[in-house]
Design a protein around this ligand. Structure first.
Ligand SMILES: [Mg+2]
Length: 387
């Protein structure tokens, strides 16, 4: 079997969802998804495609590594080049599974579990009161989720003190949390965990927006809440700073959504600067890299909880890796208010039921993109699976 063409299309969603279709002379095709690669990723795939025509599509790791190494001067360590290769990588796994009539998880060594626990990323505004927060949380719980994540980094919000309303605006560049901001972060966690109740896992994301002393103070004051994790309390560039925060936190620290490849995660893992790694598989290098990263983290008894903003295609692709990683904790779902979550696939069903993805024995990734529906959300100025 030989690759005959690689084509792309792009859809609006959580940013751009780039579809990558690999075609072969045997008539078998594979479809992958990558995210956060931007228009650059499309141009990179167009550039790489002629090099891959005529190649054996089953040599997934070799193709990925050859392309990465031969373009190491063009961004082979991270960024759009890796994301573009990721889209191709996912498509190759889908193709290989279909050609062999086997689900991807079987090709990756088999399952440790049949059901993949999923958490819902939900949006709260830092100015919300308890009733408003409860409404957001209830909506998620009513959909069957037993785990959720909220953002507690504060940009601007209004608060009432007595009968006066203050608008607090956090300095965008100074990552020090003042007393009001600190108190509000803790207050938000208190309200969300009370709204969720016992038995619901709550993770909180700080989006790297604190300096080290502020992050340590927040981590210490969140100790009583038994959170699923505190995500990216400080920026990811300084691993030692992350480790300092971890040393002071009773709650697990989770980071890594903006790192690429195993290489990007290595120092975070080796220095044990976090408790859980969270690579975004349809962005950071694909399924093989995800599996290998999970295995690296496992050596340090760290959890693996992939970040995920993808459609059902990329989400299910990630779920295959989650099934094959012993240290998998939970997978993200980020399409709460996008109703084409179910219509964008031909199956017309929610792949998440009662907060879990149950893996089927369908070949490849296991769901098909409904191109007609996806095209209704086509990214302006992009081609639709054309040569
Ligand atoms: Mg995050």
């Amino acid at each position: 079997m030989k690759i005959t063409a690689i084509k792309t299309a792009a859809t609006r969603g959580h940013g751009m969802h780039l579809w990558v279709k690999v075609e072969t002379d045997a008539g078998v095709t594979g479809l992958g998804e990558c995210v956060h690669g931007g228009m650059q990723a499309i141009a990179i795939i167009e550039f790489l495609a002629p090099k891959l025509v005529g190649r054996d599509p089953f040599a997934i790791d070799a193709i990925f590594e050859e392309m990465r190494r031969s373009h190491v001067f063009d961004g082979g360590a991270g960024g759009a080049l890796i994301t573009a290769l990721t889209g191709i990588e996912l498509a190759l796994w889908d193709l290989k599974g279909k050609a062999l009539n086997t689900p991807v998880y079987e090709l990756m060594g088999g399952k440790f579990r049949d059901k993949i626990w999923v958490y819902a990323d939900c949006e709260i505004d830092p100015g919300m009161d308890f009733d408003q927060i409860k409404q957001v949380v209830d909506e998620v719980l009513e959909r069957g989720f037993t785990a959720l994540k909220v953002d507690i980094d504060i940009g601007a919000y209004s608060t009432r003190r007595g009968n006066q309303t203050f608008t607090v605006v956090k300095d965008r560049f100074n990552y020090h949390a003042g007393q009001i901001e600190h108190d509000r972060m803790v207050e938000l966690v208190d309200m969300v965990t009370r709204a969720a109740g016992k038995g619901v896992a709550v993770a909180v994301d700080i989006h790297t927006r604190l300096d080290t002393p502020s992050a340590i103070r927040v981590a210490q004051d969140l100790a009583p809440y038994h959170l699923l994790w505190i995500e990216e309390p400080v920026p990811p560039e300084n691993i030692d700073a992350m480790r300092e925060v971890k040393r002071h936190s009773k709650n697990p620290i989770c980071a890594g959504e903006n790192l690429y490849l195993r290489h990007g995660l290595r120092e975070l893992i080796e220095k044990q600067a976090v408790d859980i790694i969270m690579p975004d598989l349809p962005k950071c290098g694909g399924l093989s890299e995800g599996r290998k990263s999970a295995n690296m983290a496992e050596l340090y008894y760290m959890g693996f909880a992939p970040h995920n903003v993808s459609s059902p295609i990329g989400t299910l692709a990630s779920a295959h890796v989650c099934a094959t990683a012993p240290n998998f904790v939970v997978l993200e779902f980020h399409w709460l208010h996008r109703d084409y979550w179910t219509t964008i696939i031909k199956e017309k069903t929610d792949i998440i039921k009662d907060g879990y993805i149950e893996l089927s024995d369908r070949p490849g990734i296991g769901v098909e993109l409904d191109e007609e529906v996806a095209r209704q959300y086509q990214w302006p100025g992009t081609k639709w699976f054309a040569d």
